[in-house]
Design a protein around this ligand. Structure first.
Ligand SMILES: C[S@@+](CC[C@H](N)C(=O)[O-])C[C@H]1O[C@@H](n2cnc3c(N)ncnc32)[C@H](O)[C@@H]1O
Length: 216
């Protein structure tokens, strides 16, 4: 979660953002929702979505008022499918309004589990509810939820150069989990002085690496 993420859009000037992103920020402010994705994280999401293949599937947990979806929709391929789940009915209504008319986007009023029926994903953003491993929940399995070469994004880490990373003096287990996951090539992106985001790319299995030869 991004503390006061919503305010950052107004501090930066709404005109600097894609229209739907700005609309999500306005809707968030109007409904006193202050946890919009940090704009710098949003830009990273847009960069990742811009690199997606045709027909890509994108999943997000925790829609909020739709800022993250709007960032990804601003660059995703025209035939992408973007599905986001949100448990708060008011935010679902708001996000649907913000993204109305974008046929690529589906906002479900549902918990995280409902998202898995729409995967596996080329890009999966864990930004609400269980799945990220924060708050003691079981982290999702990237191998189960990603397509070959797919990426998983977990945001809202406090920047640190310490290894192993600590948070509040304790080992930062969720961050360690994602940075050292055996199925992922992971990187930590320092997107702003106060915000780090982990992006992991699914590693091919040994079976994926087998090349079939047609030589008799
Ligand atoms: C940090 S906010 C999401 C911000 C949003 N992704 C954005 O781009 O602005 C977290 C959201 O997750 C939602 N949430 C919490 N638990 C959830 C669950 N189990 N399933 C779905 N959404 C959940 C909250 O209602 C909240 O709107």
């Amino acid at each position: 979660m991004s503390p006061r993420g919503t305010d950052r859009y107004f501090a930066a000037g709404l005109e600097t953002f894609p229209a739907a992103v700005a609309a999500a920020a306005v809707a968030a402010r109007d409904s006193a929702f202050d946890l919009c994705v940090h704009p710098a994280t949003g830009q990273l999401l847009a960069d990742l979505a811009a690199a997606l293949p045709a027909g890509a599937r994108v999943g997000e947990t925790g829609t909020g008022t739709g800022a993250g979806v709007a960032w990804m929709a601003s660059t995703a391929p025209p035939d992408a499918h973007i599905v986001s789940v949100e448990i708060d009915p008011g935010r679902v209504t708001t996000a649907r309004r913000v993204l109305e008319g974008d046929q690529r986007v589906t906002i479900l009023e549902a918990g995280v589990e409902a998202l898995w029926d729409h995967g596996p994903f080329d890009l999966l953003v864990l930004d609400g509810g269980p799945g990220s491993g924060k708050e003691g929940h079981e982290p999702v399995s990237p191998r189960a939820r990603l397509r070959a070469g797919g990426r998983i994004v977990i945001d809202d880490f406090t920047p640190t150069t310490e290894w192993p990373p600590r948070f509040g003096g304790e080992l930062d287990h969720p961050r360690l989990h994602w940075l050292t996951h055996p199925d992922l090539d992971s990187e930590e992106h320092l997107v702003a002085p106060d915000m780090a985001v982990v992006v992991g790319r699914l590693r091919p299995t040994r079976r994926d690496r087998l090349v079939r030869s047609s030589v008799p």
